[in-house]
Design a protein around this ligand. Structure first.
Ligand SMILES: Nc1ncnc2c1ncn2[C@@H]1O[C@H](COP(=O)(O)OP(=O)(O)OP(=O)(O)O)[C@@H](O)[C@H]1O
Ligand SMILES: [Mg+2]
Ligand SMILES: [Zn+2]
Length: 556
């Protein structure tokens, strides 16, 4: 009968255990010196050798003829424990025996000396699953352990263990195993099994296993089921990494801001029974690939689960999306995945997620602003951007609306694009800007100090501490239908601009105090003064883009 590889190839000596030499060398040393603890705790991620080492240790402490700290594998004790005829090594799975009674039963036997072996060894796997009552029972025994008892506790979730247990154990942390170390062991096992595997394929299995040797061996099993000669292609097929073109399609949609294609791709995948949370994970992984390619260039290749041609394709995508936006995408995807795990409609969640990914400029949070700055910087650097057609038809409206000056569009019209390929739209922007600034200066010339401004600030304090904090120290003037706010720098205006609601709230408060509605704007005596106020052209330009209907398109 076929035995799965990971069971067949469970190491029987410490030297067979790979990637955990910090653990195995210490254990061997203790055996050699006869310094055996009463309680060991093995922690670390799954499939890294915890149970394996616990079994080896159970034999090593009982071996009649240990070889340099290793069990000999030949004496009656080694053979008896391996075959299960010696009952002194008790393996418990706390996940299924987690009741207080089960552990009590076990601990009741503790007082008896071992039957045939030197030590009675209790291996408690998944120990974090024990109930509080069970932990307390265990704790009692650990406080005064009989001399012939050894506990080996194993868990992936050490943070769930009570401190009282932790402090009574000798702790060993098992590491994730690196792909190259896994690959070496796989090549050895494949050779013993008369299977051929290429080095690249072994490395790919190693990378796909995420540090777990058990997962690596299961994947190797699946590969053997598919082919005698295991190549990277076979591994990709077995690991379900092949035929994932849709990830490139979705990433393209994000880069091109193509919402319709994104949504229809999601729908097609959903109809084909693709799990939306899995898709979310895969797309996160895809953006991670892009992130690594952007930051590590060719060095990233060894860390990726892609074929050569896919790496090339991903490289192309990486060139078309900024690092900041990539990181932002990963954040959005991770947040969506979390929401999916909390319950709700995964399909709607993923569609919403795709829309967010495709339209970073619609989001108000800081990361999206950074994404916009990043994109603009790229565009300014390459000198290649143009104002899209939509704005041209809109430009008349924009010109008219500049009459209706407010903090928002005064600043937004103040931008000066560097290289522009659509003269009409740009001229409009420039005209608007000049007109708006002229209008502001004119308003400022006729303005009178607003004596109630302190009352207005007080009212702000009642409404929102943050708002008050940002507006404190400002002055204000009245001119016609306008309240013009004077500030030392742009901070209060930036604060107001970052959320349209804030503008509305300020206007409401003004109305509440002054009894009528005013528009608000910055107090700037001359167009030149306005110019000086502008610290950062790029910022202004971003405002222009986000507050108007003008759409920025980066040309390749
Ligand atoms: N460090 C290792 N060296 C060699 N083989 C290993 C190693 N770790 C795991 N394996 C292989 O994986 C199989 C499972 O390992 P083991 O049961 O020891 O993992 P574990 O750490 O206890 O995992 P879990 O947390 O899931 O219980 C072993 O039978 C062995 O084939
Ligand atoms: Mg285990
Ligand atoms: Zn032995």
């Amino acid at each position: 009968m076929y035995r799965v590889l990971y069971r067949k190839w469970r190491p029987t000596t410490f030297s067979d255990v790979i990637g955990q030499s910090h653990v195995t060398s210490t254990l061997k040393n203790e055996i050699r010196l006869g310094r055996i603890s009463h309680a060991y705790l093995f922690t670390g991620s799954r499939g890294t050798g915890k149970t394996t080492c616990a079994k080896i240790l159970a034999r090593a402490v009982n071996c009649l003829d240990p070889q340099d700290g290793e069990p000999c594998g030949k004496c009656v004790n080694c053979l008896g424990i391996a075959s299960g005829s010696i009952m002194d090594v008790v393996e418990m799975d706390a996940a299924s025996n987690n009741s207080v009674n089960n552990i009590r039963e076990v601990l009741d036997e503790v007082v008896f000396s071992p039957g045939e072996a030197k030590y009675r060894v209790y291996i408690i796997d998944e120990v974090h699953m024990l109930t509080t009552g069970a932990f307390n029972a265990l704790l009692k025994t650990l406080e005064e352990p009989p001399a012939h008892i050894v506990f080996i506790l194993a868990t992936t979730e050490v943070h769930k263990l009570p401190a009282t247990i932790l402090s009574r154990c000798q702790r060993f942390d098992f590491n994730r195993i690196t792909p190259d170390v896994i690959a070496e062991r796989l090549e050895y096992i494949a050779h013993e099994e008369n299977v051929s595997i290429t080095h690249d394929a072994a490395l790919l299995v190693g990378a796909a296993a995420d540090g777990a040797m058990r997962d690596a061996l299961s994947l190797l099993d699946r590969c053997i089921g598919l082919a005698d000669n295991i190549t990277s292609e076979v591994v990709r097929e077995a690991a379900g990494l092949a035929g994932r073109d849709y990830l490139f399609t979705l990433a393209d949609c994000v880069i091109n801001k193509d919402i319709p294609t994104a949504i229809s791709t999601v729908n097609t995948l959903h109809s084909a029974s693709k799990s939306m949370s899995r898709l979310c994970e895969e797309l996160t992984e895809h953006f991670r690939t892009i992130m690594l390619l952007r930051t590590m260039k060719t060095k990233a290749k060894g860390l990726l689960l892609l074929s050569e041609s896919e790496v090339e394709k991903a490289f192309e995508q990486a060139k078309r999306i900024s690092l900041v936006q990539t990181v932002n995408c990963i954040d959005i995807l991770t947040a969506s995945l979390e929401k999916m795990f909390k319950g709700g409609n995964n399909k709607i969640e993923f569609e919403t997620c795709m829309i967010k990914l495709c339209s970073p400029e619609f989001s108000d949070d800081l990361s999206s602003v950074i994404a916009r700055i990043d994109k603009l910087e790229q565009a300014v650097k390459s000198g290649s951007y143009r104002i899209a057609d939509k704005s041209e038809s809109k430009s008349d409206d924009t010109a008219k609306s500049s009459e209706n000056t407010s903090v928002n569009n005064v600043v937004s019209n103040a931008a000066q694009p560097a290289v522009v390929k659509t003269p009409t739209a740009v001229q409009t922007v420039q005209q608007n800007r000049a007109a708006a600034e002229e209008r502001l200066a004119q308003l400022a010339r006729n303005a009178k100090p607003l004596s109630n401004w302190e009352d207005i600030l007080d009212a702000m304090k009642d409404r929102s501490a943050v708002l008050y904090y940002r507006m404190a120290g400002t002055n204000a003037y009245v001119s016609g239908d306008y309240v013009l706010i004077e500030a030392k720098d742009e901070t209060p205006f930036e604060f107001l601009r970052s959320d349209p609601n804030r503008n509305t709230i300020v206007k409401e408060i003004i109305k509440q105090v002054l009894g009528r509605t005013y528009a608000i704007g910055p107090y700037r005596r001359t167009a030149k003064a306005a110019e000086e106020q502008k610290k950062n052209k790029l910022d202004e330009f971003i405002e222009n883009i986000s507050n108007s209907d003008i759409k920025l398109t980066v040309e390749e």
